[in-house]
Design a binder for this molecule. Sequence first.
Ligand code: GUN
Length: 295
Amino acid sequence: MLLSGKEPSNSMKRDAAVLSEKFEKNFSRKPCLAVVFVGSNPASTVYVRNKKKACEETGMGHLDVDLDENISEEALIEKVKALNSDSNVDGILVQLPLPKHINVSRVLSYISAEKDVDGFSAENLGKLLTEEKGLVACTPKGILYLLDYYNIETEGKNVVVVGRSRIVGKPIAALLEQKCRNATVTLCHSSTKNLDFYLKNADIVICAVGKAHVISEDMVKKDAVVIDVGTNRVPDASKKSGYALQGDFCYSAEDGGDLKVTPVPGGVGLMTVSSLMDNTLIAACRRMGIEKEDL
Ligand code: GUN
């Protein structure tokens, strides 16, 4: 079975649109996301376009901050600081990756936690671990929504997360081991010995490696749930663009067969964008002194 991201992400966006309209009625302005894009990375160009489109679909505003590839780290930090103090901006997203001469962690550390709709800051990641109210990273948040949407139980399940990134691996592992999810989580990475052993015992596998087809169906249980976070560009002469998108996971049956698997494209990526809209709304409400549930 394929776990499409289309229906759950549309459902999330519909809810965001309703709340966004209420927000505008209450506060006479739209929630607003600042989208900072440095350079012209082709994959990022597509992601940024999709994020802005989602803002428009859900009745939110976006402030486009397009910056030259050669911008200095200090100048980028000054931009971030200006957005922190801009009262019309509710959320700040700095699209990654950044050019090599820029220290990503340093730049992200300047985004104020209240506007950190990516949930990448030390403060928001810390709050995730202490289970305090903060902003949760979009891809992990989207994965949880997708699991709930398809009624996939996590209680007592063995979950293997492959990949330890700050964007996906670490936060999804932390979220799934919380009492409200109660999964037993194993976090595997590039130095894990005998990955096959862990995968064979996993009820749910979260592939967040970032390498095309590194995990294949013969490595997981026959009826495993596989959440594929990878969106890898591989050369494909049959496509107009010259490339195709492939996940980290490789399976043969078009519909996944006995597996429950998220397709690439059309799976987790859609959930990430919808979660960003939800986070922007949450951040906007908190800046106005309320929770989105109070709208
Ligand atoms: N690049 C790839 N994924 C993401 C994401 O979720 N947020 C940001 N800011 N950049 C990314």
